[in-house]
Design a protein around this ligand. Sequence first.
Ligand code: FAD
Length: 355
Amino acid sequence: MDRSDEIQQQVVAAFESRTPLAIRGGGSKDFYGRRPAAATVLELRGHQGILEYEPRELFLRARAGTPLREIETTLAERGQMLAFEPPYFSPHATFGGCVASGLAGPRRPYAGAVRDHVLGVRLLNGRGEDLRFGGKVMKNVAGYDVSRLLVGSLGSLGVLLEITCKVLPLPASTCSVALDLSTGDALEQLATWSLRATPISAAAHDGERLYLRLAGATSRVRNFAASVAGEVLEDETGNRFWEDLREQRLPFFAGDAPLWRLALPAGRPPTPDAFGPAFLDWGGQQRWLRGPLDAQALRAWAAAQGGHATVFRNAQQGVEIFPDFPPALLALQQRLKAAFDPAGILNPGRFKPSL
Ligand SMILES: Cc1cc2nc3c(=O)[nH]c(=O)nc-3n(C[C@H](O)[C@H](O)[C@H](O)COP(=O)(O)OP(=O)(O)OC[C@H]3O[C@@H](n4cnc5c(N)ncnc54)[C@H](O)[C@@H]3O)c2cc1C
């Protein structure tokens, strides 16, 4: 159903009356980020439908409220996928929420982030103006960067109406293996593999075992699996492990202790023991930690490594969810916010109090 006109009227009315809006797709990522300072909900869910899908041209365009499941099922029927492997966190996850949150699954370091796959967007800015940026194919560069800016903006810059996304063929063959290795040895081994072409499409470590997912041509996958000499997991077990990791259903994620996410450059050392056990994904570039940790110490360590730490779920009182931006970057973000949303009505405060 096309609800563009109705949604536009709501945004124009909110702009005129200076009424802050909480933008909502499926609500599957409501737990993530700060609570927006807005009581009026702008519901996007009914605005759904796949508008264009060209398997041979490797792109799909759909309304933002389309269930993510519908998009991925349609792609799978033609042997294709969203290569960034988005987490759902609920059956209600929408395509718009997936792009607005900018969250990606285990394949991210090997296939690119969400923003690398978004080709174009149609959005309403904070005045209710209907704008289009980008196109359908990678070589269309006009307005390209604006589409990418929207990825991870958590609705603070515009209401996504439509998204055009690059899609990729499913791998011919997939196989998961597990090796008993300490965190330090696993990180060293991953660093060695990163120096040459391998079929690795996911790499995680739970503190005791390194899990690898191999994907690609059957012979390449088979040969590499044999060379690492680990335990080859049954397809069902392996696939379930990666999905449970992506959806945070593994035992490590159980309970309501604060969940911290570290994003680090490649090749960084193990997380200090003082922060407790870490679950590594993305070959060590994304790390999960649990508990009411010392936020200042953790953020200082992450920053010293060239990364940052975010409270992903269940923040303790008084702990800022997103890390501080350096002043110059914050000023740039504030200018972007003012240009896209001059009345500050789109998800105000969801990301930072001033954004
Ligand atoms: C206007 C605007 C609004 C944004 N709103 C959000 C938002 O609401 N939520 C959100 O998570 N992100 C937001 N971002 C930041 C950007 O989208 C994040 O980089 C992204 O969400 C993190 O997801 P990722 O896993 O793709 O990238 P990451 O792996 O986290 O990082 C991508 C790159 O950006 C760097 N980076 C990311 N965040 C920070 C930071 N805080 N300080 C220093 N360096 C950083 C990383 O080091 C890395 O180089 C916003 C950016 C802009 C311009």
